[in-house]
Design a protein around this ligand. Structure first.
Ligand SMILES: *Cc1c(COP(=O)(O)O)cnc(C)c1O
Length: 412
């Protein structure tokens, strides 16, 4: 069963000071999970997680992860500037972008970030803009479909990212000629995998490519970036990934492929977003309306503007009606926001206990790609964010938007 990380009493205490809706994050959960990740890859002395900033671009969260030794994976000007403002620079930043504007290459280079080139044509662009840095990465796309044990996990052949195998070998030769001394390989081939096999299978492909690249181009491969994609169990019946088993699986292919080929010093990098944050954040919202027509509806004070995964992906987010955890789920509801869009629903035909006006709903696993994906349709203002500290106190870490924020860009 999925359990909220905060009690009804704590949520009401917070809501008395910070009105619903708000995103709530669990400091203890974030820190303990980051420790588990570190332990799982402790066998690799160069290991580093670069948290995917887009998942939860909130300074207090990024600082918490930086304090645990994480770098930041950035993909836009705002994300680069956020890293800079947090004092994270140099190889603390991985810049994994695509269709990259000139200004972002220049900013990334100024900060000394590790630049992950999405395409072979970016070499010429970067050379002309800033010159080629000594440590640089190339993104790989093997095409076709990505399978684990004959099961298709995703379709890299349809994805806009990365270079073909031939391109990446050519890119390494060119980059070496332009002064690059340390080269890395990156790939993101399947999203939200709830499988302990994803990273090991991905790693074996990238490690083999590293061996081939070293042999065929003389490239000095010093790191392999497994990127994101380790998922979380959004549904209560799913088994969570075992990060220790995942780290061990990567170690086994590392020892099998890299070590015998003289690549036993290669550092493993990750760019996890969802795995680091999703379960440790929740959208807390209050039931404010109910209606009975052809179906039963509960209207809440949050909308897809605060969490759009259900609206755009049909994604499942588990919901706990606070204080009714042990009540029978004998009502079938659509849980809706107020947007004039029929897909503004957090749940459809969901069996839940009877919901009364004023009940607090805890929408699980909203800590990554939640608040950050929000938008302002219907002029709805996005909610704020609160950190529940390990000692039980709480702190506002992003205020809710105001009408002034919304009107700030308008020209009358
Ligand atoms: C989105 C993204 C990530 C994080 O993905 P998760 O599924 O949240 O782990 C990592 N790297 C890149 C390049 C991304 O675009």
């Amino acid at each position: 069963m999925k359990k909220p990380f905060a009690t009804l009493e704590k949520l009401e205490e917070i809501a008395a000071r910070i009105p619903t809706p708000f995103h709530l994050y669990d400091e203890r959960g974030i820190v303990e999970n980051a420790k588990r990740l570190k332990a799982a890859f402790a066998w690799n002395s160069g290991f580093r997680e670069y948290f995917a900033v887009k998942a939860t671009p909130t300074p207090a969260i990024l600082r918490l992860l930086a304090d645990m030794g994480c770098g930041l994976d950035c993909a836009s000007m705002a994300e680069l500037v956020m890293a800079e403002k947090l004092g994270i620079m140099g190889d603390g930043i991985m810049f994994s972008s695509n269709a990259t504007p000139d200004g972002e290459f220049i900013k990334a280079a100024q900060l000394g970030a590790i630049i992950n080139l999405d395409d072979i044509t970016h070499i010429g662009a970067l050379k002309n803009l800033t010159g080629i840095p000594k440590k640089i990465c190339c993104r790989f796309n093997p095409g076709g479909s990505f399978e684990i044990a004959n099961k298709i996990m995703d379709n890299p052949g349809d994805a806009k990212y990365g270079m073909t195998r031939e391109q990446i070998l050519t890119a390494f030769r060119e980059l070496r000629g332009l002064g690059a001394e340390e080269l890395g390989i990156h790939a993101f081939l399947a999203s939200n995998t709830v499988s302990n096999d994803y990273y090991p299978v991905l790693a074996s492909q990238l490690f083999q490519l590293a061996v081939d690249a070293k042999r065929e181009t003389g490239a000095n491969i010093t790191f392999v970036n497994l990127s994101g994609g380790v998922g979380v169990p959004y549904r209560p019946e799913q088994q969570p990934n075992d990060i220790a088993a995942i780290g061990d699986g990567v170690r086994r292919v590392y020892e099998e492929i890299l070590v015998p080929n003289g690549l036993g010093d290669v550092a493993i990098y990750t760019e996890l977003g969802r795995f680091m944050l999703a379960p440790y954040g929740a959208l807390v919202t209050r039931a404010i309306r109910e209606k009975h027509i052809y179906k039963e509806y509960i209207g809440v004070d949050a909308s897809a503007c605060d969490l759009m995964r259900p609206a755009i992906y049909g994604a499942y987010h588990h919901i706990t009606v606070m204080g009714k955890e042990n009540a029978l789920s004998d009502h079938i509801y659509d849980i809706t926001g107020a947007l004039c869009e029929n897909n503004d629903k957090f749940a459809i035909d969901r069996a839940l206990p009877k919901i009364d006006g004023g009940d607090l709903l805890y929408i699980h696993d909203a800590g990554a790609h939640g608040r950050s994906m929000g938008y302002n349709y219907n002029g709805k203002l996005r909610c704020g964010e609160v950190l529940l500290k390990s000692d039980g106190s709480f702190e506002l870490i992003r205020r809710a938007e105001t009408l002034d924020d919304y009107f700030a860009t308008l020209i009358w």
